[in-house]
Design a binder for this molecule. Structure first.
Ligand code: ARG
Ligand code: ZN
Ligand code: CA
Length: 245
């Protein structure tokens, strides 16, 4: 991106319990994680023994907390069919979705941490959904561990900026990015240094990439190829050009 892209973020918080009505400082901690992860300012960016350090990227996109909208509800889980994005279904319609990134913070259910809409979809449902439990940074001894470092939002914003899962959602599939290696499938936990794919060429897997399913403490980079793919949506003709102005 040539001009600096700074994305205003609207948090739509839907809560039944007080725990779901997460605090402003918790939301701000999520903004801080996004700013670090997208600007190569995360403390684990320089983790030793990263075989992919030469393709690590400073994406150079920043985020600013624009507003927080809170709504009390009686729903205990919202699922993955966008009900939380619709005032008529008890949720909250997005605010200015062509110029602001809307987050819905609620209990999703079914073990889902978050989900996002790719560029090019309807603006009425555009944005990122993140389960209340996994927004922002919480303690390593709490119940959100190992997804307690705000990386669910980093991963989902990656999708919102057109990134695919690193394994291409298929065995040895493609993520349409040249500098990320082919993976057998998703990685969970924190794989050992030297972990290889059994796909063609048996490359070292880039399990430290935000677009894998590794634990929050095990993911710490986007690649240069992923950065180009994200940059492309903010230029003239790109699906999120309206955010780059
Ligand atoms: N399962 C979610 C998705 O496919 C997010 C996974 C996030 N991983 C994490 N370590 N926080 O979009
Ligand atoms: Zn994903
Ligand atoms: Ca690839």
């Amino acid at each position: 991106v040539n001009g600096k892209v700074e994305i205003p973020v609207v948090f739509n918080v839907l809560y039944r319990t007080t725990a779901e009505n997460i605090s402003l400082s918790q939301l701000q901690s999520q903004i801080d994680v996004l700013n670090k992860d997208f600007n190569a300012a995360n403390s684990d960016y320089n983790t030793a023994n990263n075989p992919y350090s030469s393709v690590r990227a400073n994406v150079g996109i920043s985020f600013v907390l624009d507003q927080v909208i809170r709504k009390s509800t009686t729903k205990s889980s919202w699922g993955t069919r966008d009900a939380m994005k619709k005032t008529k279904q008890g949720g909250l319609d997005p605010t200015s979705p062509t110029t602001k990134l809307n987050f819905w913070v609620c209990t999703i259910g079914g073990g889902i941490l978050g989900y996002a809409q790719f560029p090019g979809g309807s603006s009425a449902t555009d944005g990122v959904v993140c389960d209340s439990k996994y927004v922002g940074v919480t303690s390593n001894s709490g119940s959100s561990y190992p997804y307690n470092l705000g990386r669910t939002a980093t991963h989902e914003v990656g999708h919102w900026m057109n990134l695919r899962h690193i394994w291409g959602d298929a065995t040895c599939g493609s993520d349409l990015v040249a500098d990320t290696p082919v993976h057998n499938t998703a990685n969970y936990g924190v794989p050992p240094v030297g972990h290889r794919s059994t796909c063609t060429g048996t490359p070292l897997e880039m399990y430290m990439n935000y677009m894998d399913y590794t634990d929050d403490r095990g993911m710490y980079m986007f690649s240069l190829g992923q950065k180009s793919r994200m940059d492309a949506i903010f230029v003239s003709g790109g699906a999120r050009y309206s955010f780059g102005q």
